[in-house]
Structure formats: C-alpha cells, structure tokens
Design a binder for this molecule. Sequence first.
Ligand SMILES: [Zn+2]
Length: 252
Amino acid sequence: MGFSALASRAVANHGKYSPRQGTAVRYLIVHHWAGTSGGDARLVNPFEAVSASYILYSDGSLVGQVPEEYRPWTSGSWDADAPAVTVETQNSGGAPDWPVSDAALERIAQLAADLCRRYGWGRLDRSRVRGHREFYATACPGPYLWARLDYIVQRGNQILAGSPSTTPQEDDMTPEQAKQLKAVYDATFTTSETSRGTIRGVLGMLKIVYDAIFKSTKTSAGTPGGLLPSMKVMLDQQAEILSRLDKLEPRE
Ligand SMILES: [Zn+2]
C-alpha cells in the first residue's frame, strides 16, 4: 500500500514504526509541529523515537514517512496510533494561534478524502478526522488547526462529492500568453512610487508654466489661442490618471 498518491516523495523512517497487529485504519490524526521549522528534522532523526505517516509543509507538499500499513510513532499512545494515519503539519506562524497555511489545510482535507475512499469509510465526520489532543495531554494541534477540524471534514466531503480542489490549477494559456498578460498587468498596475513621483514632478512643472502663461495672457486683450486650452485639458487628464494610480492598492 505504501503512501497516498498525494505524497510527492518519501523520507527515511529509520525503522521507527510498529506492526498494526491487524488493527484497521479508522481515522486520520492531525498534528502540528509547534514551529515554522525544525519539526521535520526531529521526525527524520534516527535517534528521536518519533515518526509520522505523513509530513506536510506550508507549500502544501505532502511527504510520506511511515507507510500506511504500519503504525507510526506520532501520538504517544499505542491506542491512538494503532488505527491511525497521522500527519505532522508545519506551522505558518507561531504562538498563540499556531496557524497553518491554506495550502496545508486544503491538503489535509484532500488526504482525509483520499483515506476515506481507500479505506471505505463512506463519508467523513469528526470520528474520522481527529486531533492529537483528543488522545493525549497536549496542546497539539494548536488553536488554529484545532478549530478547523470541522472545516476539514466538510471540505473533505466536498472533495469526495467531486468538488474541484482549490489548489491552484494550470490554466489554458500558453507560457508565452501568460508572459504577455503579466507584462501588460505590470505596466498597467505596478507603476512604482518613483515613477509616480517623476510624473508628478513633470506635471507640477507644466502646471507652473501653464499658470504663468495663462495668467499673463488672461490680463492681455486677446483670448488664449488653441494651445493653452488643450494644455489645460491634458493637465486635467494627467491629474485624473495620477489620482487613479494613487487609489490602486499597493502591491505587497
Ligand atoms: Zn501532535
């Protein structure tokens, strides 16, 4: 059986697992690292007696460690792990909430749906998606993930019902078309503060010139010729463009 097809690769487990002794897989136990880094190093360290069925990173990549036919050493309890597939999730932030990324959350829901299909659970509910703290005196998973186990169940059932994944999908554009679109987008929406400043400076100078000419012309007998009104229209248009640029959300 090995690993879910969702896993992109496998890492060493150094024999840190036990037989399931005939116990059927009945649920997924969700864990977090309590850290944005280092949790995976501990799991793959041959001298640390911990392992997991899966290690999940914030970019959504799922890595297999202990093949599913074996009991992983994740939850500190034979009773908890014997019927469990476990996933150790990298945090995207620290205490007190210990959040995880949206990509990781979506991947847990996909994994739950995949287990549900392969082990014939029918449908997901909270008896199939468990938190480590249900079995052991621990704050794992942290408040953010713990509060989202119901969401994972709901999302997993959507996936089982055929709802497309929210994981970003390739679209139909060719790479060349995508490049062109990005160039247009960048040119349209990412005018930098520096170039805005330059445009504003030039416009300011033009305005001074305009005012100087217009005021001196106004006091003289004739009406301004065609040049000055069209300059005024141009200045007003540029000012309008600048104010629209200023209203655009700055990019991160
Ligand atoms: Zn845990």
